[in-house]
Design a protein around this ligand. Structure first.
Ligand code: BES
Ligand code: MN
Ligand code: ZN
Length: 524
């Protein structure tokens, strides 16, 4: 076990603000509504009780409009009525939901996202959504998931737009900007209770997205560390290790990556002890936090290099997850560790051919300075095992471009030495829609990174680049330690649009690992 003093960094960096989330509340079905009002119809169309009720109040307007547009209640279809007669609403929108009897948890989440999307261009200060099925029944947990979908879809990264929406000027557009969402449902109290956890997840995802979207001139290792340190307010124990501390610990691999940058490297350790002493050993999550990856002396080409501001998405996920766990007071002992470095070419940068010594004592021949993530993770993974006795050790990293060649942007790559952890992770992926696909590990792949000069080299050649990267990480995993590596290069940044995400940084992994913890590591 590692003991001894902790070396906090001087509080030089300013904490960055986090994007606002919209206010969501829950109300009874018969509570008053205003602004934009949305009611559902299932395939047929079979109008929900609330839709029927409003149609009656509007003297059949809704059904007539549905007939005129041949609305069938199919998913993603809608009927839009402005200033409906007999009602005091700005708009009434009839939303097709398809067959909700077949909905999964993810379907409810996505419906929340697509309904939130329908509000774009139809703004009013308030949106009232009647979340209902044709037979009137929806579990409160699904209503809460729907609400989470509306929040996640509403995320935008606007802080660098000079033209802010004006505040409350008479007649200006901001009068119409959406300020609150009210969800009408059968049991608002139960939905509100269920949403407390989803709201914590939303703030974790928001934080992760903010960190990934932030440009690297603003967010370097110290600024990232300051943002992580702010989790103290939520009850997380946060330690920031300075570069000096990392030297004393012998983290030669991580430090070699950061040595070309003027900005010092950091490691942040975040502990959430939600299960107390009886909870036993923690689950430990490690994240790659390369705040910018130029490639170093093995410089990347100019085209697309700007994307490398997102090379800290693994670390962002870890911070977002810790935030979510703390905010929802999860009954779990969890530790988050992030390795924060900037990979720059300079007179002090590491060179191809350099040999460095990792904290584990193993030596690494640096063939390509652009294969830096694995070097950062090697020391963080070793530190995690020395200092804690992880129940399970999971790392996330935007580790290889090759994982996108293999899996595209639909699945993150999963590598693991443990069948149970693999099954659990894949299941959590299916439940949340943050999908994983397992790729192989094995001795023949491991041979690819043998070095003539040192214990290993940091690249494994042309083929199977994601696998040899994973093999590299596994050389820093102790025997018997249940471990999984998630390569999120294709899923966490430069993201494809989805029902619940329109942000460049998706926040991938927060919902996935929260779900894993709920399902398997949390005390009930
Ligand atoms: N951060 C990159 C991987 C990456 C690429 C993430 C594109 C997201 C989008 C990583 O550090 C890297 O450069 N990997 C190299 C490894 C190679 C030099 C062995 C790669 O994938 O080309
Ligand atoms: Mn790189
Ligand atoms: Zn990288």
């Amino acid at each position: 076990m590692l003991t001894g003093p902790v070396w906090p960094v001087a509080k030089t960096a300013k904490e960055l603000p986090v994007s606002d989330q919209i206010a969501v509340s829950f109300a009874a079905k018969n509570a008053p509504a205003e602004g934009v009002v949305l009611v559902f119809a299932e395939e047929g169309p079979k109008l929900t009780p609330s839709a029927k009720d409003l149609d009656k109040k509007a003297k059949g307007l809704l059904v007539r409009a549905a007939n005129i547009t041949a609305f069938r209640g199919k998913k993603d279809s809608s009927v839009d009525l402005l200033a409906p007669q007999g009602l005091k609403f700005a708009r009434l929108v009839l939303v097709g939901t398809g067959k909700t009897s077949a909905y999964s948890a993810e379907d409810w989440l996505n419906l929340g996202g697509s309904v939130r999307g329908m509000l774009t261009g139809r703004e009013a200060p308030a949106a009232h959504i009647f979340v209902e099925s044709a037979d009137g029944k929806i579990a409160p947990a699904d209503v809460a998931r729907f609400a989470l979908g509306t929040v996640l879809r509403g995320y935008t990264f606007q802080k660098y737009k000079s033209k802010k929406p004006k505040k409350n000027g008479a007649g200006d557009t901001n009068d119409r900007a959406l300020k609150r969402i009210v969800i009408h449902c059968a049991d608002p109290k139960a939905a509100q209770r269920a949403f407390a956890a989803d709201n914590a997840i939303a703030s974790g995802v928001t934080l992760a997205r903010d960190l990934v979207n932030e440009p690297a001139n603003v967010l370097g290792p110290a600024e990232f560390a300051a943002r992580a340190r702010a989790l103290t307010k939520s009850g997380v124990l946060v330690e920031v290790l300075s570069e000096n501390a990392l030297k004393k610990l012998g983290m030669g691999a991580l430090l070699a990556v950061g040595q070309g940058s003027d900005r010092p490297s950091h490691v942040v350790v975040m502990q959430w002890k939600g299960a107390g002493a009886r909870g036993g050993d923690p689950i430990v999550i490690v994240g790659k936090g390369v705040t910018f990856d130029t490639g170093g002396i093995s410089l990347k080409p100019a085209a697309g290099m700007e994307d490398m501001k997102g090379d800290m998405a693994g670390a962002a996920c870890v911070v977002g997850l810790m935030q979510a766990l703390a905010q929802r007071k999860a009954k779990v002992n969890a530790v988050g560790i992030v390795g924060l470095v900037e990979n720059m070419p300079s007179g002090s940068a590491q060179r191809p051919g350099d040999v460095v010594k990792a904290m584990s004592g193993q030596t690494i021949e640096v063939l390509n300075t652009d294969a830096e993530g694995r070097m950062v993770l090697a020391d963080c993974l070793w530190y995690a095992q020395q200092r804690f006795k992880p129940k399970a050790l999971i790392n996330l990293a935007t580790l290889t471009g090759a994982v996108m060649v293999a899996l595209g942007k639909e699945h993150a790559g999963l590598f693991s030495n443990n069948e149970q952890l693999t099954d659990w992770l894949i299941a959590a992926g299916k439940e949340t829609g943050e999908k994983l696909w397992r790729l192989p590990l094995g001795p023949k792949y491991d041979k690819m990174i043998d070095s003539k000069v040192a214990d290993m080299k940091n690249t494994g050649g042309k083929w199977g680049g994601s696998i040899s990267a994973a093999q590299f990480l596994q050389r820093f995993i102790k025997n018997g330690m249940p471990w999984a590596h998630l390569d999120i290069a294709g899923t966490a940044m430069s993201s494809v649009d989805s029902e619940i995400n329109r942000s460049w940084g998706s926040g991938f992994g927060v919902r996935l690992l929260d779900r894993l913890i709920v399902d398997h590591y949390e005390k009930r």
